[in-house]
Design a binder for this molecule. Structure first.
Ligand code: ATP
Ligand code: FE2
Length: 331
């Protein structure tokens, strides 16, 4: 069976088509880039409304399938920006009605996990989910994904974006900071904020901007920021591994594209005798294929809903939704 998935939680409008073996038959995306500053939800939603019909066509062409060959339509129900979510859900409902197909709502965070899990081939890994809006350490236990630790203020990607914009750059900040950090040489001390399995980034943001105003070169600042923020993430991931008796870690979310973060987590996991996996970039960032794949797994477990029950949930947390396809767990 083929499932078409629609992603529209924040800046990215994306349509993916996957099959039962998680092969990505098509992936068509376009990212809204604000002219200045951060994302304006209404403008991002307008972008998605403009782009999604075209992206659906492109995905069908790329997969070389007709609508009649699609078995279900999945969409990201939350968490995310309300107007953006509604744009994707509206397109998904329209396709489900027009093509007479089951409509499957999917949690965006669970989708990041599931695509990383299937690509890794690892059965029950811990997940470090590091994106713009979210930073969580997650493991599956008894019917759903549980958040073991998370940011208590802003997501790590959001922190990188805010910092880069504060330095005069443009969204997204993560890749630009990664490039600058490669030229950095000096590590300046910055607030290291780990609380049990939780992390915080706003103090780090304030202190980093202060260093900038003191004249610290951007390359050294970027290097220091990456060292501090990614050490924090590596530490909480190790604590979760130790307490929850896992050996494998998968990374998900846009910040998981960062090679330095990947290397730090890999070093830690391999020192413990475990395995680390990060998906390729196009499946790490927001994408419709992960939504399609998660919808495909949910479908046999009552995942389809009537239109009336397909309301978007901007605050739908990872641990709010059941993941029955994962089966029993003693964890
Ligand atoms: P979510 O809704 O899951 O929070 P999101 O809307 O933030 O997701 P993603 O595509 O998962 O979207 O992640 C985007 C974030 O990833 C941005 O904050 C961006 O700066 C960051 N990012 C992308 N590439 C890199 C990189 N190479 N290094 C660090 N951060 C990166
Ligand atoms: Fe995401």
């Amino acid at each position: 069976m083929l499932v078409l998935g629609i992603e529209s939680t924040a800046h990215t409008a994306s349509v993916g088509i996957v099959d039962e073996r998680a092969a990505v038959r098509a992936l068509a995306s376009d990212m809204y880039k604000p002219p200045a500053g951060g994302i304006h939800p209404r403008e991002a939603a307008n972008h998605h409304v403009d782009w999604l019909p075209e992206l659906v066509d492109r995905a069908l062409r790329e997969a070389q399938v007709a609508p009649g060959e699609i078995g279900a339509v999945a969409f990201a129900q939350g968490p995310g920006l309300g107007p953006c979510l509604r744009a994707g859900a509206t397109v998904a409902r329209a396709l489900s009605l027009a093509w007479n197909l089951p409509l499957v709502p999917v949690n965006h965070c669970v989708a990041h996990i599931e695509i990383a899990r299937v690509l890794s081939g690892l059965d029950d890994p811990l997940l470090l989910y590091a994106s713009g809006g979210n930073t969580q350490v997650i493991a599956y236990a008894r019917g759903r994904y549980r958040v073991l630790g998370e940011t208590i203020d802003i997501g790590v990607g959001n922190f990188l974006d805010k910092l880069w914009i504060g330095l005069g750059g443009a969204f997204p900040g993560g890749p630009a900071i990664e490039a600058a950090a490669r030229q950095g040489k000096v590590i300046h001390p910055l607030p290291y904020s780990v609380h049990g399995m939780d992390v915080a980034f706003s103090g780090l943001l304030t202190a980093s901007l202060a260093l900038h105003h003191q004249g610290v070169p951007t390359e050294d600042l970027a290097y220091s920021v990456e060292t501090t923020a990614y050490s924090m993430l590596t530490e909480v991931t190790e604590r979760a591994l130790a307490h929850h008796k896992r050996s494998a870690v998968v990374l998900g979310g846009g910040v998981a594209c960062n090679l330095r973060l990947q290397a730090m987590v890999r070093t830690m996991v391999e020192a413990r005798g475990g395995t680390m996996y990060a998906p390729p970039r196009r499946l790490c960032v927001d994408n419709g294929a992960m939504i399609a794949w998660t919808g495909l797994m949910a479908l046999p477990f009552g995942g389809a809903v009537p239109i009336e029950a397909s309301t978007v949930q901007p605050r739908q947390r990872t641990d709010l939704v059941p993941s029955p396809w994962r089966g029993p767990s003693v964890g």
